[in-house]
Ligand binder design. Structure first.
Ligand code: MG
Length: 390
């Protein structure tokens, strides 16, 4: 039977890779809906190529984008932020792939869970911000949550070698990013160009900056704690610059099961779409003899304080991970627009965690309030700082 797929965030890095995967998988997998935030030209090209029933443009502030799309697409066009929620709940959709950057995709993730869909989640925010609610909702409505984040896909695959009760530790690998060997000063003062030069993975700008600060790994620690419902004490981070071992699971008998592959998001995307089956893929195969060696080292925690902050947010739980995520997102935006230095991102996240009074058992709306508060706090701190400097 044909699987009908909705790709939310189809013009981003994950969305484009997903479309290449689907094209190669053949007629068993069909694109039912595509959504873009504002890149209407790319979306128009995608609908021409894949002929979905639905296309959505979430940032249609003016009529230009929609008009442009209308002249090129005769299917249903949805607009505005609510479009993602609508698509996620459509009865025709089997699998919803989430490639939306940031917290914006959260309501749609919840809608898909409530509709009992298969959720292929590439963005970590839903699990980080509202992981407990999401896992509970998915269980209640029979939804399946499949990780697309390469590390979590690796852990998910490695977890199939034993029972949850037999797991000793989850070992998240990290490339270490472009500042793995940098001094504290170089790291703190790094520019946008330096931060965007990732050694092994080609990704969108937000996640590339997160890799440079290792905030990405810290978010992944929280993501793993939520997704695999495991205490943070059972999660470790190991730097592995080659990005070949995508993560590992250590069992109680001392056996470590890992998933290896070329650093290509097409592999975890495909696994989530075809799970529990494995089919031939388009990602390049792994040539270990050519690679020669795989190396591992501990992260430098005095520079990458992001890790300790992430573990702490995971341990405290409640609203802390939402603050962690939102403060980081707001700070990265400031960094990408050239207003702050790289090291300031960590300072801002730490500040927000310090001044926030953690609350437990919050609903989605309250968590979104917390998210907004953290963003506003980042703005406020920077505004005050600028006034002080004048
Ligand atoms: Mg990852």
């Amino acid at each position: 039977m044909t699987k009908k797929i909705a790709i939310l965030g189809s013009t981003g890095s994950i969305g484009q890779s997903a479309l290449n995967v689907i094209e190669a998988l053949g007629p068993e997998y069909e694109v039912f809906a595509l959504s873009a935030h504002s890149k209407v030209e790319i979306l128009a090209e995608q609908v021409r190529r894949f002929r979905p029933a639905v296309a959505a443009l979430t940032n249609s502030t003016g009529p230009d984008g929609v008009d442009y799309l209308k002249t090129r697409f005769s299917g249903t066009i949805l607009t505005g932020a609510g479009a993602l929620v609508d698509i996620a709940g459509m009865p025709q959709v089997d699998i919803v792939l989430f490639g939306v950057v940031g917290a914006a995709g959260l309501p749609a993730v919840m809608a898909a869970a409530q509709a009992g869909k298969v959720l292929a989640i590439a963005n970590k925010e839903p699990l980080v911000i509202a992981g407990q609610i999401l896992m509970k909702t998915a269980r209640r409505h029979g939804a399946t949550i499949l990780p697309v984040d390469s590390e979590h896909s690796a852990i998910f695959q490695s977890l199939q070698a034993g029972k949850a009760s037999e797991v000793n530790k989850i070992i998240l690998t990290a490339s270490g990013g472009p500042f793995r060997k940098a001094t504290a000063e170089t790291f703190a003062n790094a520019t946008k160009e330096q931060a965007l030069a990732h050694p092994t993975w080609a990704m969108g700008p937000k996640i590339t900056v997160d890799s440079a600060t290792m905030m990405n790994k810290a978010l992944e620690v929280i993501e793993a704690v939520r997704l695999f419902e495991t205490p943070p004490e059972k999660v470790d981070v190991l730097v592995h610059p080659e990005s070949i071992v995508h993560s590992m699971v250590e069992y109680v008998d001392g056996s470590v099961i890992a998933q290896l592959g070329t650093p290509d998001m097409k592999t975890p995307i495909q696994y989530a779409l075809t799970y529990p089956k494995r089919v031939p893929g388009i990602a390049k195969g792994l040539d270990l003899a050519h690679l020669g060696r795989l190396t591992f080292e501990l992260p430098n925690r005095s520079i990458f304080r992001s890790l300790d902050l992430g573990f702490e947010a995971a341990r405290v739980g409640g609203s802390a991970p939402a603050v962690f995520n939102a403060a980081n997102e707001a700070a990265v935006e400031q960094f990408l627009s050239g207003r702050i230095r790289l090291g300031t991102i960590l300072e801002l996240v730490e500040h927000c965690l310090q001044v926030h009074a953690v609350r437990q058992g919050l609903g989605l709306e309250e968590l979104m309030d917390v998210d907004r508060w953290a963003r506003a706090e980042v703005e406020q701190v920077l505004k005050n700082r600028r006034q002080l400097m004048v």
